[in-house]
Design a protein around this ligand. Structure first.
Ligand code: ADP
Ligand code: ZN
Length: 622
């Protein structure tokens, strides 16, 4: 059986027929019983009430369980003749009946006789229809997934089940910045190359290795490097590809995958996004998912089924190990876990070195400066950064990547595409004040990161931007540093408030306020930095849509919840007051900075500080 537009047409015929009945059902009773000059004229409910007040309504007939009324009325607008008019009544209009009674208007309600028959018919047709529609959808999905017509019934046996690379061509030298993970894998490579070393002494090599880390940190790359170094084939599939089909397809794919892998052993099987299949069974919103569970069970069975050292190593990747089914982590399955984290400064430098190898870069560009400017970047971000810079260089017809292109590329990756600046207008001034507000707080507060530049050139969603030079060590942040950040984030709105007045403040601060609230909340619930005391009350993220998170959404009582809100309010309130004070005290400098910013559109950090230093001391202890 095949899915085609002809079939859709065939199936949609009954739908058309039914909708015709439905339509008839709604209107037929009225038309039948009042076939004398009815329903052509209509009146709103409000006007109808006025007519009642004026005593112009003579008779009211209710239809459709009181949703529609045909009234007989006389009035100046109706040429002083009695006319029948149709009125749609609001769903609940209980006062109407008493009003009609009070005015002694003749009232009659008509049961919808024909309707019941129609509804019975629809009821009978509903389930067959539902079945037909869902079948249609299923066939369409299976066709698009298995790659062509005529294969709907062949389930998992069709093409494109998984990717096979006979030679990945990736070696360990292509992977940088994640040295511990690499060491772990060197042993695996030895095993794949010389299994006899291990079998001779009765050692068993782990069958499964779980790589845990955020996207883009090089998990796939690492798995490919093992295959490349050991010179064995690389089988890969993504967990999400297992689960979007008919029940049973995922499991059959797993079987196929392992069958092929066994024929090609030794080899590496790489399963990306394993959390898509391997989530805790029977949890998550909406209960269990049969398909996923069957797939997971099949995977477990296959992994248990390797006899001794078959030479197949399953490498799986996820960024959420905490939601995985514990059965997956048992010995003999994914019992080795390796964390792959966002690289630190040295890691970033190493990764940049790897990706700079095949690019022409101006010798004046220091990769370590780039590494310093990019905390939080993953390996993939860094690779992307150098590539963007190379593209910009080619576009500018230059023959070497200079610092200028690198800077542009960093900005684009962090904040999105650059737009064009506004022409001078009130909103440009407002944005300028807002940004200068962020920047001046950032400059005056000793505990705040330094301003790198302030710009009115829009980027991504932002209409103006203040950039700060990130400090390298983001792992330990003090209370006063967080407060300084909160004040910096409040600086934009506070300046709008003081310069333009309370009624002129804009929606431009919504993102800032989100950050403010989140930082204050974390101070209270995660870092023990409030009067509640040193308690951890919330996890980093509790996501109700993912497995285990469900249970521990509320680890505290309602009483504590109220206290948390109060503390957040106290922190933000205090920071807001201080911020307003700084802005008020520095109004003259702010006006000056705004003039410069409007004229130049971008001020870099050093220049910004120099201007401020002409007026006041930087930084200040506040
Ligand atoms: P993940 O699987 O963790 O999401 P990938 O391995 O797919 O990340 O990384 C995508 C790309 O980013 C890689 O092909 C590589 O170019 C680059 N990359 C990521 N991490 C590293 C790293 N540690 N060393 C070198 N390049 C990396
Ligand atoms: Zn802002």
């Amino acid at each position: 059986m095949k899915f085609s537009w002809r079939n859709i047409l065939l199936w949609s015929l009954p739908i058309l027929v039914v909708s015709f009945f439905l339509w008839q059902g709604l209107f037929a009773p009225i038309a039948n019983e009042n076939n004398t000059n009815v329903a052509n004229s209509r009146m709103t409910y409000g006007r109808f009430l006025e007519y009642i007040e004026m005593g112009w309504v003579k008779k009211v007939d209710l239809y459709e369980n009181g949703h529609t009324a045909i009234i007989e009325a006389i009035g100046p607008e109706l040429g002083n003749r009695i006319q029948k008019i149709r009125v749609e009544l609001p769903v609940s209009a209980p006062e109407l009946i008493s009003k009609l009674k009070k005015n002694q208007i003749d009232l009659d309600a008509h049961p919808a006789k024909n309707n019941t028959a129609i509804w019975n018919l629809i009821g009978n047709l509903f389930f067959p229809l539902l079945l037909i529609i869902s079948l249609a959808l299923l066939f369409r999905r299976s066709n698009s997934a298995t790659g062509g017509p005529g294969q709907a019934m062949s389930f998992g046996k069709s093409k494109a089940l998984f990717q096979i690379e006979a030679k990945t061509g990736i070696v360990f030298d292509d992977v940088a910045g994640i040295d511990e993970a690499k060491e772990e894998f060197e042993e695996i490579v030895t095993f794949l190359k010389k299994p006899e070393y291990f079998t001779a002494v009765g050692a068993k090599i782990p069958r499964g290795i779980l790589l845990i880390g955020p996207p883009g940190t090089g998990k796939t790359l690492l798995a490919k490097a093992i295959a490349g170094e050991a010179n064995v084939p690389f089988f890969s599939i993504s967990g999400s590809e297992f689960v979007e089909m008919f029940v049973g397809v995922g499991a059959s794919r797993v079987r196929d995958l392992f069958k092929k892998a066994k024929e090609n052993a030794p080899c590496i099987i790489f399963i990306d996004e394993i959390d898509a299949v391997g989530r805790q069974r029977g949890t998550g919103v909406g209960g269990g998912n049969d398909e996923r569970e069957q797939t997971l069970n099949q995977l477990l069975t296959e992994m248990d089924g390797f006899e001794g050292n078959t030479g197949i190593i399953v490498v799986a990747a996820t960024n959420r190990a905490d939601i995985l089914d514990s059965a997956l982590l048992r010995p003999g399955r994914f019992d080795r876990q390796v964390n792959v984290d966002i690289p630190d400064f040295k890691g970033r430098l190493d990764i940049l070195n790897v990706h700079a190898k095949n690019k022409k870069i101006d010798p004046n560009v220091s990769l370590s400066i780039i590494a310093r400017r990019t905390p939080g970047f993953s390996g993939a971000d860094l690779a992307n950064l150098l590539n963007e810079a190379a593209i910009l260089t080619a576009r500018g017809r230059k023959n070497q990547i200079t610092l200028q292109e690198v800077d542009k590329a960093i900005d684009r990756i962090i904040a999105g595409m650059e737009g064009t600046a506004l022409i001078d207008s009130k909103s440009k001034r407002l944005i300028a004040y807002h940004e200068v507000g962020h920047a001046i707080i950032g400059t005056l507060l000793e505990d705040h990161e330094n301003v790198q530049k302030v710009t009115l050139i829009p980027r991504g969603q932002a209409r103006g931007l203040t950039w700060f030079t990130p400090s390298e060590d983001q792992s330990l942040i003090s209370r006063s540093q967080i407060k300084a950040r909160i004040m910096g984030a409040l600086g934009g709105r506070a300046t709008e408030q003081i310069v333009f007045g309370d009624s002129e403040i804009t929606t431009g601060a919504s993102n800032d306020l989100q950050q403010v609230t989140s930082m204050a909340r974390q101070m209270v619930t995660r870092f023990g930095m409030s009067d509640i005391g040193p308690f951890s009350l919330e996890n980093e993220d509790t996501n109700p849509f993912l497995g285990r998170g469900m249970g521990n959404l509320n680890e505290y009582s309602d009483e504590i919840a109220v206290k948390i809100d109060t503390q957040i309010k106290i922190i933000v309130e205090e920071c807001h007051q201080k911020t307003l004070k700084i802005i008020k005290n520095n109004r003259v400098i702010i006006d000056k900075l705004v003039d410069v910013l409007i004229e130049k559109e971008t001020i870099d950090g050093q220049e910004f500080r120099n201007i401020i230093k002409q007026y006041t001391e930087v930084p200040q202890k506040i």
